[in-house]
Design a protein around this ligand. Structure first.
Ligand code: SF4
Ligand code: SF4
Length: 464
């Protein structure tokens, strides 16, 4: 497992996010193409549909991932990290990237278009900001560049307020999480409501008492994205929506809802692709064993990991966004049967721990030491940790091992930058550890803050 690219790839992703808004550096022109003619420009009654920076470019990521798999031994993530900045300097990056990676964007763009179709059909009034949509910058948060994320989020808040945005409906659960949890934490006065697409759709279907018809019979399963299920607690809405579609036979995978398994994403596909792939294969076997013909999910990164994984393993099972299934059913006749007051449980399985007072090194260290000192080394967190499992329970790549490392880091014990990067950036941020920890440590949050400490203290060897 090579980690030499981590500093470059983190820096490359951060610079792209800062300069053009998405980690791959594709830019707003391509990101808004899917929406032409579909929505009015600007908020409608304060509401916008927010596409975010991942759905519109995920096809490029999928292309890059597929290419790396084909050229294993010749090209890897190091090549992208090194070649990207050079291509950018030469002004050939966007064209070169599209040519090299293929830009398999149709399925992801269709998900956005289908989501808009469904919301409009349900009577939701909303607009879209097109090129003015500010990227959420959530990748900065993921990679531990928290000072940069805070600055970015403040700018986004100002811009949204100026444009009169009061409500956001996002299809991407990672950006929905950013607006629901990270923005209120990092931006003073954040008051913009935000919803994930399925929250809005389930509520409307319940209130209007709708029964949909697919017009064909399919056996499907659903992969709960960890951000949607475990982090913001949206689970029941999905089952409710599926139960309202005639023609669908639904099979629940063994790990589902707040106990969902990891698709291998969480930023790992950029920093350590072979490990990401190994994790995704385990989940793919589980989904395949349900006997379903089709797999649905609600996250562009999960969709990318599962699509490429199913193909690599030669399994002929399609992976699609749930929005596309709902849209397909909504294009048929719709029955109105039993309007009801929607009541969906909001799962709250992750611990809440006090945040650092500021992002200074002292405050970060104080928070990290306070929490990691509480670790009892029981190892319960290791049992479900996908990276530890994929690496034969290697302690250093386990949840407990990462807590030990962060504790050593903030205590000033000798650690090598390469080890810091390897251990902290091999975590997929799935949260299975946090859910199980008996002392209530929010392990994946500590890992993000640990990344920030490692970067800003210079001990990770990543230029800040
Ligand atoms: S479950 Fe919690 S207390 Fe136990 S080893 Fe993991 S982080 Fe430490
Ligand atoms: S340390 Fe926790 S968040 Fe990271 S991969 Fe392991 S279980 Fe998931």
């Amino acid at each position: 497992m090579s980690t030499t690219a981590v500093p470059q790839i983190v820096r490359f992703a951060a610079e792209n996010t800062r300069d053009v808004g998405d980690v791959l550096g594709i830019g707003p022109d391509q990101r808004v193409k899917w929406a032409r003619g579909l929505l009015p420009r600007g908020p409608v009654n304060g509401t916008i549909f927010y596409a975010g920076e991942m759905y519109p470019v995920m096809g490029n990521a999928e292309g890059a991932f597929r290419l790396m798999r084909r050229l294993e031994g010749f090209m890897n993530i190091n090549t992208l990290a090194k070649a990207g900045p050079i291509m950018k300097k030469l002004g050939i990056y966007t064209t070169g990237a599209k040519a090299l990676w293929g830009g398999i964007n149709e399925e992801y763009e269709r998900a956005l278009q289908d989501a808009v179709f469904v919301l409009k059909k349900l009577g939701v009034e909303m607009g879209y900001l097109f090129e003015d949509e500010p990227p959420s910058g959530v990748a900065l948060h993921t990679y531990g560049l928290l000072r940069e994320f805070k600055e970015h989020a403040k700018g986004v808040h100002e811009k949204l307020k100026e444009m009169g945005v009061r409500r956001i409906i996002a299809l991407d659960p990672i950006v929905a999480t950013a607006f629901k949890l990270y923005y209120p934490e990092f931006v003073e006065g954040w008051e913009i409501e935000s919803y994930h697409f399925v929250e809005v759709v389930a509520k409307k279907i319940a209130e209007q008492g709708l029964k949909l018809k697919l017009g064909r019979k399919v056996k499907i399963t659903y992969h709960d994205p960890c951000y949607l299920a475990r982090t913001i607690g949206v689970v029941d809405e999905i089952r409710f929506i599926i139960s309202r579609i005639e023609g669908v036979e639904y099979i629940e995978p063994p790990r589902h809802g707040v106990n969902t398994g990891c698709s291998g994403d969480g930023g790992l596909e950029l920093t350590q692709p072979p490990l990401a792939r190994k994790i995704s294969y385990e989940r793919i076997e589980e989904l395949r064993e349900t006997g379903a013909d089709l797999v649905y999910t609600s996250c562009p990164a999960c969709m990318m990991m599962l699509r490429t994984g199913f193909d690599s393993l030669n399994y002929k099972i399609g992976v699609y966004d749930l929005a596309s299934l709902i849209a397909e059913a909504m294009r048929n006749e719709i029955d109105r049967v039993d309007p009801m007051k929607p009541e969906f449980k909001r799962y709250n399985v992750l611990p809440k721990s006090p945040k650092p007072k500021s992002l200074s090194l002292e405050d970060l260290a104080e928070m990290l030491r306070r929490d990691t000192d509480k670790c009892k080394k029981c190892g319960f967190c290791n049992v479900e940790c996908p990276t530890a499992n994929a690496l034969d329970m290697l302690e250093s790549r386990s949840a407990r091992g990462r807590m030990t490392l962060i504790n050593s880091l903030v205590r000033g014990d000798p650690v090598r930058p390469k080890e810091v990067l390897d251990r902290l950036y091999s975590c997929v941020l799935c949260g299975q550890c946090s859910q199980i920890c008996p002392v209530g440590l929010h392990v994946q949050e500590l890992i993000i803050y640990g990344r920030a400490y490692a970067i800003y203290s210079g001990r990770a060897g990543v230029p800040s």
